[in-house]
Unconditional design. Structure first.
Length: 79
């Protein structure tokens, strides 16, 4: 995955929730806008404790090279 591919998905307006498919077989959802930030070669993803809150429950740093594909999902499908 290139940083430009990821940037295009994150900057779409209105925001569309995303599911990242990783090389390990794991999937990671980006359910809300302003919860993922593109770094040089990685994506910083924070998980809010609850919808609409700014309190962070946990975070992940995902290397872009480990992202095999991006899927757009409905908000109700996002975990």
């Amino acid at each position: 995955m290139t940083s430009e591919d990821m940037r295009q998905e994150l900057e779409k307006r209105p925001f569309i929730p995303l599911r990242l498919h990783l090389a390990s077989g794991k999937t990671v959802d980006i359910a809300y806008e302003q919860t993922a930030w593109l770094q040089q070669n990685a994506l910083l993803l924070v998980h809010p404790l609850a919808k609409g809150t700014v309190a962070i429950g946990k975070y992940e740093v995902i290397a872009l090279r480990l992202i095999e594909r991006i899927e757009q999902i409905s908000e109700s499908s996002a975990a």
